[in-house]
Write a protein that binds this ligand. Structure first.
Ligand code: CP
Ligand code: NVA
Length: 310
């Protein structure tokens, strides 16, 4: 049966570890994989902007000996003259892998439902699995382990990246503090909380939503934040959101409340003096560029895994 990666919990803990370990190996010896996907094609469908995802997927596929096609959804008949099921059935006869960045989760679920080839989520409104797998690789490289850690997230928690971080912390049995304003539009959806608590029942994870930033930071090994203005959020909401999220900005005092060897992460793009101060993102605890680099390696490992190449 064809496998897809639509959210990080589509992989078991063992599979996440396998992909992360393969990525570390590819990073050390990229030449060994230079023809691993020779003659294969990846279609990348984009409905929203991207720097890292687009360039790292395109470069990664080329480094594996394959070819990547960038296709902007606004250039397609999709939604106007053609539905998702027809699009999916057609393109899966041309290419070996499909990756998509869409606004609505249902769209990528439908793409996967009708595709005969693996579909990879490059970000929707529910998940960002490539990001979070790469982030856990980065954490493993910095902490030399993926066991018994605490990650604290700050800011917008009604958010794709937050949801996959919560799932991944649950899968790995971690403690996680999700620090966000006390309002449903900024807090995780019930559907995600239910999934996370179900996973945590088996793994012993403790993922909790907190509305006080300093408290969330205590004992954290990893401090994580994401944009206050995710792709597609209307500009007119900016002032209201800035006001709501300011108490959850990652500042030096938040970093000081965490463990002394805590690392700072942001999936990027980042705005200084918004979700974190410049001092934090440009400071010695920040590992945001290692995080960005690992997108390249982890996506190569994900493509190989879904292509049944290891
Ligand atoms: N982190 C991330 O996915 O970045 P882009 O939006 O630039 O792809
Ligand atoms: N939450 C952000 C992630 C960007 C990679 C967004 O959706 O824009």
């Amino acid at each position: 049966m064809v496998r897809h990666l639509l959210k990080v919990s589509d992989f078991s803990k063992k599979e996440c570890e396998k992909v992360i370990n393969k990525s570390i190996e590819i990073k050390k010896n990229p030449k060994k994989y230079s023809s691993a996907l020779e003659g294969e094609t990846l279609l990348m469908l984009f409905e929203k902007p991207s720097l890292r995802t687009r360039i790292s997927f395109e470069t990664g596929m080329q480094q594996l000996g394959g070819h990547a096609i960038f296709y902007s959804i606004k250039d397609s008949p999709l939604g106007k003259k053609e539905n998702i099921s027809d699009t999916s059935k057609v393109v899966s006869r041309f290419v070996n892998l499909i990756a998509a960045r869409v606004f609505k989760r249902q769209d990528i679920w439908d793409l996967a439902k009708y595709s005969d080839v693996p579909v990879i989520n490059m970000l929707d409104d529910f998940a960002h699995p490539c990001q979070i797998l790469g982030d856990f690789q980065t954490i493993k490289e910095k902490k030399n382990r993926l066991e018994n850690l605490k990650l604290s997230y700050f800011g917008d928690a009604h958010n794709n990246v937050t949801y996959d971080l919560m799932r991944m912390c649950a899968i790995f049995g971690w403690r996680m503090g999700v620090a966000c304003p006390n309002a449903p539009k900024y807090s995780p959806e019930q559907l995600v909380l239910d999934e996370v608590s179900q996973i945590s029942n088996d793994t012993g994870a403790d993922v909790r939503v907190i509305h006080e930033a300093k408290e969330a930071s205590q004992e954290a090994d990893v401090i994580y934040t994401d944009s206050w203005m995710s792709y597609g959020i209307p500009q007119e909401q900016e002032e209201e959101r800035k006001k709501a999220f300011l108490p959850f900005q990652v500042t030096s005092s938040i970093m000081e409340a965490a463990k002394s060897d805590a690392v700072f992460m942001n999936c990027l793009p980042a705005m200084r003096e918004y979700e974190q101060t410049a001092e934090v993102i440009d400071g010695p605890q920040s590992i945001v560029f290692d995080q960005a680099e690992n997108r390249l390696h982890i996506q190569k490992a994900i493509m190989l895994f879904l292509s049944d190449k290891f």
